[in-house]
Write a protein that binds this ligand. Structure first.
Ligand SMILES: Cc1ncc(COP(=O)(O)O)c(C=O)c1O
Length: 407
């Protein structure tokens, strides 16, 4: 019998980390109030949807906000509202959730993958520049795990080439770049309130922007082509029904009141975990960047240094950690390798069908996905500092007894 839990030893911990979503009686009361109010539609004056739009815009320091059904639709609305047309190319990272790229396909445009930076795991502005063609009209920058992308470099590129710049903030509630919250730093931003997100109503989304025209356009697109200035049965363009429900807004208004407290705790605990992991040779936290003034830590991603422990694959390292009671996962695969981007899958797309994703190679993404990335989800950072010490203890235990992982 070994020392490592995977070899029959005692695990470092058996207690679970905090479960998610977190709620109290306030969520119940908020839902009950909607039922009893008899006002169940969110697009009525004085609705909870309107109140949430106002409160969330304030939270993200964005002049305008349109609540919508989810973060996938949010990206779609932002792209379409900003004027992206079928057949145009939009540059996206391959290290993200699939919605970042499929929203581009949904507006009829073609997602073009640019690699990520090794240091930040966000879009590499250098590679974005390499991927710009005469057909490029936009960039979707994802703030992966809640860590803002290099908005200085991406904005400069967007301005130089007259491109729109959409922020995919699905994981970045409360994150800020040089003391300005994300969401309205570029052309528009999109947020998600899906069940795993830092505040949640199970599903939900929001588009933020500083541009009144884009705001009005997104509002119209999400509400059947109506206009903010028109009557109920005036339809000025073809839009869909992508409205948030009053139930979602009621829950989100409650969750938003707790957002700051959770946000601060995640950041404090992440800083502590960073300091612990820096002492362990076989792992490495993602590098700090002083321009990132707040990280939303939807994911705490750290790097496994397989080069320091060549005999142990990242997969085996994860299995060892999980056996010790640490809920780690490997995270994404390079998006362009998903069957969704095969010729067969894109067969009915009028433009992407001519693009051969099997030839795409983003070396940094491939290495990160294959050998390096280790994820903890945001709820782990809502535990107490002593619970986070268990993460470091488990890694040290694996480092000191790694031979037991080789069987
Ligand atoms: C980076 C990213 N983009 C987009 C989305 C899509 O959001 P939703 O699930 O609300 O459609 C998600 C999350 O699910 C995400 O993590």
């Amino acid at each position: 019998m070994g020392v490592l839990a995977i070899a029959g030893g005692r695990p470092i911990r058996t207690a679970p980390y905090p479960s998610w979503p977190m709620f109290t009686d306030e969520e119940w009361q908020a839902l009950r109030q909607v039922v009893e109010s008899g006002q169940w539609w969110g697009r009525t004056p004085g609705s909870r949807v309107e109140a949430f739009e106002e409160a969330f815009a304030r939270y993200q320091q964005a002049p305008f906000c349109v609540a919508c059904t989810n973060g996938t639709i949010g990206i779609y609305l932002a792209l379409k509202g900003a004027g992206v047309k079928p057949g145009e190319e939009v540059i996206v990272p391959p290290y993200t959730f699939i919605a970042t790229a499929t929203a581009v396909l949904d507006v009829g445009a073609v997602p073009v993958f640019a690699d990520i930076e090794e240091s930040s795991l966000n879009l590499d502005p250098q590679d974005v520049a390499n991927k710009i063609t005469p057909r490029t009209t936009g960039i979707v920058a994802v703030h992966i795990g809640g860590r803002p992308a290099d908005m200085d470099a991406l904005k400069a590129l967007a301005e130089r080439h007259h491109l729109i710049l959409i922020e995919d903030c699905a994981q970045a509630h409360g994150a800020s770049w040089k003391n300005r919250r994300v969401g309205a730093l570029g052309t528009a931003g999109s947020f998600s309130f899906q069940a795993s997100k830092n505040i949640t109503a199970g599903e939900g989304g929001a588009v933020t922007t500083a541009d009144r025209q884009i705001y009005e356009s997104v509002w119209s697109l999400h509400n059947c082509g109506r206009s903010l200035h028109g009557a109920r049965y005036d339809h000025f363009r073809v839009g869909g029904n992508h409205r948030m429900t009053e139930w979602q807004a009621a829950i989100l208004l409650v969750q938003l009141q707790r957002a700051d407290q959770w946000h601060q705790k995640r950041q404090r605990n992440a800083a502590y975990l960073n300091s612990l992991l820096r002492e362990l040779e076989i792992v490495e936290p993602v590098r700090d960047d002083p321009r990132i003034t707040e990280n939303a830590y939807h994911l705490y991603i750290f790097r496994y240094r397989q080069d320091r422990l060549p005999a142990v694959s990242r997969q085996r390292f994860l299995e060892g950690l999980r056996a010790e009671g640490i809920p780690v996962s490997p995270g994404y695969k390079p998006l362009y390798r998903e069957p969704a981007f095969s010729k067969a899958s894109l067969d009915d797309h009028p433009f992407a069908r001519y693009y051969d994703y099997s030839r795409v190679v983003c070396p940094v993404t491939e290495k990160v996905c294959r050998d390096e990335a280790v994820w903890l989800t945001q709820n782990v950072l809502l535990a107490e500092p002593s619970d986070l010490e268990d993460v470091a203890r488990a890694i040290a235990k694996i480092r000191d007894n790694y031979r037991e992982l080789l069987n």
